[in-house]
Design a protein around this ligand. Structure first.
Ligand SMILES: NC(=O)c1ccc[n+]([C@@H]2O[C@H](COP(=O)([O-])OP(=O)(O)OC[C@H]3O[C@@H](n4cnc5c(N)ncnc54)[C@H](OP(=O)(O)O)[C@@H]3O)[C@@H](O)[C@H]2O)c1
Length: 256
């Protein structure tokens, strides 16, 4: 599937008020895109919009009607959305303490249902035009089951599955679907982590460059850093007894 270019329309990013979303918005603007940026914190979006060619559309992705209206407003104001990076997500530290149904529901409400709320109107407008590119921000944490990450990791596994299924369904209709699986990136999300070491952690600007290179390259998967992605996928291929032993050992070593 051919990837889109800045001349095809605007780029839309959710979760752009901080971290990876904010850095990716700045990088896409640098690469020639006009951008519509979204998140709940309007003041942070306004500050980002001061960089030029970036327009703030505050909204909460858990509110379906609000997102429908927001996407319609972007298309009316700025033109067709050509590229969408569905990046908004949460990790709730409460889940580190053990099995917590409330944390699972709250995580799924944003990471899974919130993403679905954005997907529905975007797929509708892009299918009508027969052109578009949508990337879901999952995580390498979605590849193997990890303790302390039951809600977050399984929500990201759901996004990986969803992206795979959407790719097969929509590539014949002119829509390129991609999945982004970052390792550790230094953002307000990872700043909450005090109890374990984060191997190969990188800065948001570096992550944003790799994500935008992946948007331009096309193809399905944008995973990085290479060493952590390769290791994670290798472990996934192992038979369960070996996989559990290796994951248990590495988690023990990662504790601070
Ligand atoms: N940092 C990492 O190591 C890492 C690794 C792999 C994947 N990721 C993924 O990358 C994405 C961005 O995370 P980050 O690390 O950049 O953390 P972050 O700085 O905390 O960014 C999260 C973004 O999501 C937005 N958001 C949260 N709930 C929302 C809601 N209900 N409606 C709309 N927006 C909402 C936040 O904005 P508001 O609070 O203003 O709404 C914020 O802009 C997440 O999906 C995360 O899972 C991160």
């Amino acid at each position: 599937m051919d990837r889109v270019r800045p001349r095809d329309g605007v780029a839309f990013i959710t979760g752009a008020s901080s971290g990876i979303g904010r850095a990716t918005a700045l990088e896409l603007a640098r690469r020639g895109y006009r951008l519509a940026v979204s998140a709940r914190r309007a003041a942070a979006l306004q500050e980002l919009a001061a960089n030029g060619n970036i327009f703030a559309y505050p909204g909460d992705i858990t509110h379906r009607a609000e997102i429908d209206a927001l996407i319609a407003a972007i298309e009316a104001d700025l033109g067709p959305i050509a590229l969408a990076f569905l990046n908004a997500g949460v990790f709730l530290p409460a889940e580190r303490k053990g099995f917590d149904p409330a944390a699972i529901a709250a995580t799924y409400a944003v990471n899974v249902e919130g993403t679905v709320n954005c997907l529905e109107p975007l797929l509708a407008v892009m299918t009508r035009r027969g052109r578009g590119q949508i990337a879901l921000n999952a995580s390498l944490a979605g590849i193997n089951g990890l303790p302390g990450s039951l809600a977050y990791g399984s929500s990201k596994a759901a996004l990986i599955y969803m992206a795979e299924a959407l790719k097969l369904e929509y590539e014949g209709r002119g829509i390129a679907i991609q999945v982004v699986c970052p390792g550790f990136v230094r953002t307000p999300m990872t700043d909450q982590e005090k109890d374990f070491k984060m191997p190969f952690i990188m800065e948001p600007d570096d992550a944003a460059r790799r994500i935008c290179d992946g948007f331009e390259r096309g193809g399905f998967e944008i995973s990085f850093p290479f060493r952590l992605a390769a290791l994670t996928k290798f472990v996934r291929l192992l038979p369960y007894p070996l996989r559990f032993r290796l994951l248990g050992w590495s988690l023990e070593r990662a504790k601070r």
